[in-house]
Design a protein around this ligand. Structure first.
Ligand code: DAH
Length: 331
């Protein structure tokens, strides 16, 4: 077949192709490596035949391109008019993660103190005996110093037994006035039961300024307890002893479950123990080189697990540590 006849046949077929698939077959048939045209081009001996064949090739290629875009456009038009999307159908539901109850109460505490202008810190969990006990004025014979109560790495390093060493770190790092709260894990060698776990969380507060009083401490604790347990809470203090505060107190918050009437959660007393607190002992100021005549301060340390348990009605502390999703999903 000469070039002109070949071209006419191909252009006719291409014009008649009605689907992209058909067009593809035609492209192979007329332009493919084994096509009559390509074989003729390979066998060309004279210039005139070569030019005619090349002109046919270009015309066929153009025709394929033109036909292809018009077929594609037609297909798109058809899809747009025929395919219907029901935008009212519900989407696929993605499983949402939730915050662990401890994280929830941790954030409440952080927000409450940020609102009072406190700095929020996160301190080390491996402490030296010096910071965990000595600088906090623990007596040399204090039972917490024994390896029965405390996890020791060696003679001088422990897993901190409380967040109170943060007080020393911040006092050594910056000059007063200081308003800080430090939140994190603490460790004690307790057997695991429904109410005790060898790891738990505390938040530690320290305020150092001129002429702070017990009234400032009470107001501060009331603020955070209301944030944790509701706006109606009352706070009361019982006297106590801690090596690093004088006087020392234990704050109780009125039970938010029964409103102070007495229930199982508060062991029918109407009150829930929150932790320890007091006015910073002059020896602590001296240990960090501050003049106790010039500066005054208060400190407090409270557990987070109790707060998470009360807010979410979790009777067994182990639930908070075992990471069982079937239980945690409920909070
Ligand atoms: N660290 C004490 C504990 O774990 C709690 C505590 C008591 C913290 C008095 C304080 C404080 O900051 O002033 O039992």
């Amino acid at each position: 077949m000469d070039a002109g006849a070949l071209k006419n046949e191909a252009l006719g077929a291409i014009e008649a192709a009605s689907t992209p698939g058909e067009l593809d077959e035609l492209r192979v048939r007329y332009l493919g490596r084994k096509s009559e045209l390509k074989q003729a081009l390979r066998a060309v001996r004279d210039r005139e035949t070569g030019m005619a064949l090349n002109e046919a090739r270009v015309a066929i290629e153009d025709a394929v391109d033109v036909r292809q875009s018009s077929l594609e456009r037609a297909e798109l038009d058809r899809n747009l008019t025929q395919d219907v999307v029901d935008v009212t159908l519900p989407g696929e539901e993605l499983p949402l993660g939730g915050l662990h109850p401890i994280t929830q109460v941790r954030r409440i505490v952080e927000d409450a103190f940020l609102g009072l202008g406190y700095e929020v810190r996160d301190d080390r969990e491996v402490e030296t005996v010096e910071y965990n006990f000595d600088k906090l004025a623990f007596a040399p014979t204090h039972s917490a110093r024994s390896s029965r109560d405390t996890f020791f790495f060696d003679d001088t390093h422990v897993l901190r037994t409380e967040t109170s060493p943060s007080q020393i770190h911040v006092l050594e790092e910056k000059a007063p006035p200081i308003y800080m709260v430090s939140i994190g894990r603490v460790y004690r060698r307790d057997a695991i039961t429904a109410t005790r776990y060898p790891i738990f969380h505390q938040f530690e507060g320290l305020a150092v300024d001129k002429s702070l009083t017990l009234a400032d401490l009470k107001g501060t604790l009331l603020h955070v307890m209301r944030a944790l347990y509701g706006p109606e809470r009352r706070v009361r203090f019982r006297t106590h002893f801690f090596p690093f505060t004088e006087p020392s107190i234990e704050p109780d918050v009125s039970c938010g479950i029964c409103g102070g009437e007495g229930c199982r959660t508060c062991k029918y007393s109407g009150w829930i123990e929150m932790g320890g607190a007091g006015m910073v002992d002059p020896r602590v100021f001296e240990n960090v080189g501050l003049d106790p005549e010039e500066w005054s301060g208060f400190a407090f340390g409270c557990g987070l697990e109790r707060a998470a348990q009360l807010r979410h009605d979790v009777p067994d502390i182990r639930v908070l540590w075992e990471g069982d999703l079937r239980a945690l999903r409920q909070f």
